[in-house]
Design a protein around this ligand. Structure first.
Ligand code: GRF
Length: 208
């Protein structure tokens, strides 16, 4: 059984997509153990409350950086989490978290990494003028959006796209890609060889 801990700072649409994919049995052997936010007013906390999922605001001003992540680890362990999913968590995660969950911390990013890491990735791609962009789910390391890439979904930039149009289509792709990767992990289909993520006999389909 996969027990997911979600770390998020804002809206929480990826949390909702993951939650829904469990409710719909797309991911059959998983549950969300806790949602943690560094932002007291984040909508994701309200969404977790409505969904009846344990949630916790962990105030970053009360700890130094190392202690902050040690505290988050203690909350995750208390909830028996064994897979950590960053979903719009606006902080670089530190060693205590990565060491506590080796190769079990994922992130979703709204571009085709390694292109356009960091903030406003959709705008970076739009302004650059690329014809194709998309989203990436990757393992998290200590860098910013630098960990091994697990899966990507391509989103074409259409001729008359505005930035909001493109952002909406990328977000829609994110909501398919994150559950898909969690399902790959649930079914033990991933193997990490150095920076390369090998998919073993992968017959998993994206959610409909
Ligand atoms: C998403 O675009 C994700 O790729 C990025 O932050 C955004 C979070 O959105 N890392 P939401 O809070 O899941 O709606």
């Amino acid at each position: 059984m996969i027990i997911i801990g979600i770390l998020a700072s804002g809206r929480g649409s990826n949390f909702e997509a993951i939650h829904e994919s469990i409710l719909k049995n797309y991911i059959s052997s998983a549950r969300i153990g806790v949602v943690i936010s560094d932002n007291e007013n984040a909508s994701v906390l309200k969404k977790a409350e409505i969904a009846n999922i344990p949630f916790r605001y962990v105030d970053p001003t009360l700890f130094n950086r190392t202690r902050y992540y040690e505290h988050i680890v203690s909350v995750l362990k208390e909830r028996r989490v064994n897979l950590v999913c960053l979903a719009g968590f606006m902080r670089i995660v530190k060693k205590p978290l990565l060491d506590a969950f080796p190769d079990r911390v994922l992130n979703i990013h709204p571009s085709l990494l390694p292109a356009f890491p960091g903030l406003d990735a959709q705008k970076q791609a739009f302004d650059y003028g690329v014809p194709l962009t998309g989203c990436t789910v990757h393992f998290v390391d200590e860098g910013m959006d630098t960990g091994p890439v697990i899966a990507q979904k391509v989103v074409p930039v259409k001729m008359y796209d505005t930035l909001p149009d493109l952002t909406t289509r990328i977000l829609y792709a994110e909501h398919k890609l994150y559950p898909y990767v969690i399902k790959l992990i649930e079914q033990n289909k991933l193997k990490l060889k150095g920076r390369r993520v090998i998919q073993i006999e992968n017959d998993v389909k994206l959610p409909g």
